[in-house]
Design a protein. Structure first.
Ligand SMILES: Cc1ncc(COP(=O)(O)O)c(C=O)c1O
Length: 439
């Protein structure tokens, strides 16, 4: 195999059968489409190349920077492509959540701009999300940027209409599978593949997988977030199902330990979601069926993600007080104060008000005298040691009141007798017209 450029190596990834001894399905042949074997490591290599290739000559001539709202695989592939063409690459994101990917982007020469998102509630008088504003600015011609626009670009979809989908058909000897199961981020890969396969087999069942709302799975969205994506069309999917981080890690473990596939969390989530969906159908089948799931990227970048959620896998003591271990009963016991009750409590008892949002949002607007401990750091302090004692009354505030309830329940379990949560979060406080201060 000889190539003129590494970009010629993008695509043509293998379709590998999963042993029935592993998945246990009796009537279904299950295949993994190994997008992790693309040269820069993920399914996004295809989209990144498809979105840049037609515009590179002009960008090089003008010296434009490539820019994308991504903190993951798209950014990684774009950073490589930009570097190969002597262009700068800028990743705009509302929080770099996977440290290995941030480090890798910096190593590749990317510039990273971290901004708060809408849910962080930056400024109530401004109804635009900062990312939305940047998106609008970048899309203007003559902006000096080649904005690839992965959430809206038809070229993202095109990569899978022309590549991923036809490859699966070809490798199954022209017969489309009966089921396709894929995680949904920009929806580019699932939509492109589903479109091609459905044209060949209108009876195909398409299962889209999103992250459970309580969980973060790097690379994919939850059911609310997915509706904000321009390429997402609910009609593409016969069903949309959720996977938790635990499911994703369980699936990843099966793939890495038993199948020789060094898949990342969304590959694991896709495997888990596929087997869960297919197991329910398998018994009733009278003919053999074929199913394909997509393995988007590799495991190596997610070791800190796994360490945090399943430390025992990496020979570390289990985290007893993690959010994932909370019961419904513990959550139901939390005192969640509405805005009036919270204001009264603050005035009378002076609890420590901890704002769990990101530093940008906190700096822009906050409850007077509150302190800022961003939720990820707060999570670490639960194990490393909290900067306040058990007798200290605490009011926790987050964007909408979902995270603060969980951390209040954990602190209560850990023996803090008076920890309360601000119902509706800072957004609720703002909407009630209660006072906020800024730097
Ligand atoms: C690890 C990972 N899995 C899955 C996806 C989803 O792919 P798509 O954007 O085509 O929906 C992405 C997208 O960025 C990803 O990075």
């Amino acid at each position: 195999m000889r190539y003129d450029s590494i970009t010629d190596v993008i695509g043509d990834t293998p379709l590998v059968r999963i042993s029935p001894a592993v998945h246990g399905l009796r009537n279904i042949d299950l295949y993994a489409k190994l997008e992790m074997l693309n040269p820069f490591g993920s399914v996004k290599d295809r989209a990144a190349w498809s979105m840049t290739r037609p515009k590179l000559a002009t960008a090089v001539e003008r010296g434009d920077a490539i820019v994308e709202l991504s903190s993951g695989n798209t950014a990684k592939a774009l950073a490589v492509i930009a570097g190969m063409h002597g262009l700068p690459f800028k990743s705009v994101t509302n929080r770099m959540k996977v440290p290995e990917i941030k480090d890798l982007l910096l190593l590749l020469g990317a510039e990273i701009e971290e901004l708060p998102g809408q849910s962080e509630c930056l400024d109530p008088s401004n109804t635009d999300d900062p990312l939305t504003r940047i998106h609008r600015m970048l899309s203007e011609a003559e902006s000096g940027y080649l904005h690839t626009d992965q959430y809206y670009s038809p070229l993202n979809l095109e990569a899978h209409l022309a590549g991923t989908g036809p490859e699966i058909l070809r490798d199954l000897d022209g017969r489309a599978p009966d089921y396709i199961i894929a995680c949904v981020g920009t929806a580019g890969s699932s939509t492109g593949v589903a479109t091609v396969l459905r044209a060949a087999n209108p009876g195909i069942e398409v299962v889209g997988l999103v992250a459970d709302k309580s969980d973060f799975i790097p690379g994919i969205r939850n059911i609310d977030e997915v509706h904000e994506v321009g390429l997402f069309d609910p009609a593409t999917y016969d069903s949309i199902e959720t996977v938790t981080a635990d499911h994703a890690i369980d699936g990843l473990l099966t793939l890495v330990r038993r199948c020789g596939l060094l898949a990342g969390p969304t590959g694991g989530g896709a495997y888990h979601g596929a087997v869960r969906h297919l197991r329910a159908l398998d018994e009733g089948l009278t003919e053999r069926r074929t199913a394909v799931f997509i393995v988007c990227d590799r495991v190596e970048s997610y070791l800190s993600y796994i360490r945090k959620r399943r430390p025992e896998l990496l020979n570390q003591p289990p985290r007893q007080n993690s959010v994932a271990t909370l019961t419904e009963a513990e959550l139901a016991e939390v005192t969640a104060l509405d805005v009036d009750a919270a204001r009264k409590w603050i005035a009378e008892d002076r609890p420590l008000v901890i704002d769990l949002r990101g530093p940008f949002a906190y700096a822009a607007l906050r409850i007077e005298d509150s302190i800022n401990i961003v939720d990820e750091l707060f999570d670490e302090l639960l194990y490393g040691g909290l900067p306040f004692g058990k007798k200290q009354p605490v009011l926790l505030a987050c964007p909408v009141g979902e995270k603060s309830v969980r951390y209040a329940a954990l602190l209560t379990r850990m023996g803090h007798p008076d920890v309360r949560s601000l119902a509706g979060g800072i957004i609720g406080w703002r909407d009630a017209g209660a006072p906020l201060v800024r730097d």
